[in-house]
Design a protein around this ligand. Structure first.
Ligand code: DQA
Length: 146
């Protein structure tokens, strides 16, 4: 049984009501429930975390490394475009990860078109809404089985 962490950055707790024309109407809870059932059915455990604080996300990454998390699905949200500290935390723990964004960051404002994570991710899913998380989990399960 592998352990999978899904880590979500700032303001993603507002999903469902936050700019639904950009982020869709699914809530983070509904995404969590869906992913949990897919992971459990595949015989793996999944932990789902959201934080608005950079230091808490860093602590989660350190904890994930100590606990032997096999793979990470990460939506760093606004920290995607700003956080060298989170990039360093991922590099420091060396946990393989898939970067997910609900919106297509490459069709949005210029400041969103740079990610501090994409060049060190296994892969990036951007613009497919909540389905992006499910697709990332499918890819993570494939990685675990390889
Ligand atoms: C986001 C895109 C980011 O630019 C933004 O700051 C978010 C969410 C996405 O999922 O589309 O908070 O990561």
């Amino acid at each position: 049984m592998a352990s999978i962490l899904v880590l979500n950055g700032p303001n993603l707790n507002l999903l469902g009501t936050r700019e639904p024309e950009i982020y869709g109407s699914d809530t983070l809870d509904s995404i969590h429930t869906k992913l949990n059932s897919i992971a459990n059915e595949a015989g793996h455990s999944l932990r789902f975390v959201q934080s608005n604080a950079e230091h808490e996300l860093i602590t989660e990454l350190h904890k994930a490394s100590e606990e032997g998390v096999s793979i990470l699905i990460f939506n760093p949200a606004a920290f995607t475009h700003t956080s060298v500290a989170l990039r360093d935390a991922i590099l420091g723990t060396a946990i393989p990860f898939i970067e997910v964004h609900l919106s297509n960051i490459y069709t949005r404002e210029e400041f969103r078109q740079h990610s501090f994570f994409s060049d060190i991710a296994i892969g990036v899913i951007s613009g497919l809404g909540a389905q992006g998380y499910e697709l990332a989990l499918q890819a993570a399960l494939t990685q675990i089985n390889e």
